[in-house]
Design a binder for this molecule. Structure first.
Ligand code: UT7
Length: 348
């Protein structure tokens, strides 16, 4: 039976470290509030120029390829997950293909925010199992620092997010006890506007839930207008408590679904890598599943929430720290904007 396995993994976080204290110069916040509510102590920000979502992705990908022992020319498909692309279009996949001087291979972009990496991994897994490709590069990368509201108005979001990238190289394996066992993907579009960036967009109105100033956009101002910027509608919006309440239900649910589908129980897990959105969410997930501390890897304290990059960065770190050995049962699980949520269960 053909499965796909992670043959190489890499991550990259930019040099600049921004502490909670550093953020106090832009907005009314405090190190105590951020640590107590999120667990975050610091995050990394990309260089303002010269460093993009793509360039960070390329750095992570280069490490993954080197560890897999293959050259960029041997990659036969690229999947790139991000919510902060270099351009509105085209996506980052083709920019990776160009930067890494790959052949004219396919490049797919995934827009599933915090679950983006797991959606990408799942698509790659299907291509490998179907025999279509043999070396798929899966990247999750974000440059959040460029699109956040650093005034007090945006503090519930801006203190959470950080920049960085993670990548894996997937290859087929027929080895017993190795590879991705299953992936599980979900969505609930009813909550699409609870965590979203509305503009620029094609919904053709200056719309934001909870605001009374709904108005139709005039011709010529449909996509991006001064009014949108004046009303700060070019920044992400999040009803944090609503997202929190849903995340602590859906993450354990999808982990149990993945374990159950393969006749495992939480006690069988060697490591769970939950999406790093909030340390308190990860702690509730751990408690709900009855997992020991050594069965869960968190690193949000040092990186913040890096959305599509969060799982590959944490997975890479756990592997580098020697927390994952060959044959280990590892579960990856995420929840975020959409809402979308997902899990992957694998033997390392
Ligand atoms: O990765 C994508 C998925 N996203 C998530 O999973 C995020 C889930 N949500 C959360 O992590 C939390 O809801 C937040 C960390 C975003 C917010 O924490 P919270 O404990 O839910 O706080 P809150 O939004 O209920 O706000 C409580 C208070 C408010 O003040 P008042 O109204 O009580 O006076 C906020 O204005 O905290 C205030 N506040 C802040 N204070 C200092 C919000 N952000 C900040 C801040 N610094 N950065």
């Amino acid at each position: 039976m053909i499965r796909s396995r992670i043959a190489g993994i890499g991550s990259y976080t930019p040099e600049q470290v921004v502490t909670n204290k550093d953020l106090e110069q832009y907005m009314e916040t405090s190190d105590a509030w951020i640590q107590e509510r999120t667990g975050i102590r610091e995050r990394h920000y990309a260089a303002r120029t010269g460093e993009t979502t793509t360039t960070m992705g390329v750095k992570a990908a280069s490490i993954a390829l080197e560890r897999a022992g293959i050259g960029a020319g041997e990659v036969d498909f690229i999947i790139f997950a991000t919510l902060s692309p270099d351009y509105y279009f085209p996506g980052c996949g083709v920019l990776v293909q160009r930067a890494m001087k790959m052949g004219e291979i396919g490049a797919l972009d995934i827009r599933n925010q915090c679950s983006g990496f797991l959606y990408a991994l799942s698509v790659a897994d299907q291509f490998i199992k179907a025999g279509m490709y043999k070396n798929i590069l899966v990247i999750g990368s974000e440059k959040h620092s460029f699109g956040l509201d650093f005034s007090t108005r945006g503090r519930n979001i801006s203190v959470i997010f950080g920049d960085g990238a993670g990548a894996v190289l997937l290859q087929p394996t027929q080895k017993e006890g190795q590879g991705i066992l299953s992936t599980h993907l979900h969505s609930d579009g009813e909550s699409a506007e609870i965590l979203a960036m509305y503009n620029p967009g094609t919904h053709a109105n200056h719309w934001k839930p909870g605001l009374a100033d709904f108005e139709e956009a005039p011709i010529g101002e449909m996509f991006m207008s001064h009014a949108m910027i004046d009303k700060a509608q070019n920044f992400p919006f999040m009803d944090g408590p609503a997202v929190f309440k849903k995340a602590i239900i859906k993450i354990p649910e999808v982990v149990l679904e993945a374990l159950g589908a393969n006749n495992y129980r939480p006690s069988d897990l060697d490591l769970l890598i939950p999406h790093q959105a909030n340390l308190r969410i990860c702690q509730v997930v751990q408690q709900t599943l009855g997992l020991r501390d050594d069965q869960v890897h968190n690193n949000i304290q040092r990186y913040g929430n890096t959305t599509a990059a969060s799982i590959p960065i944490a997975l890479c770190e756990a592997w580098e720290m020697g927390k994952i050995s060959e044959g280990d049962l590892v579960c990856l699980a995420a929840f975020g904007s959409g809402f979308t949520w997902a899990a992957a269960l694998l033997h390392w």
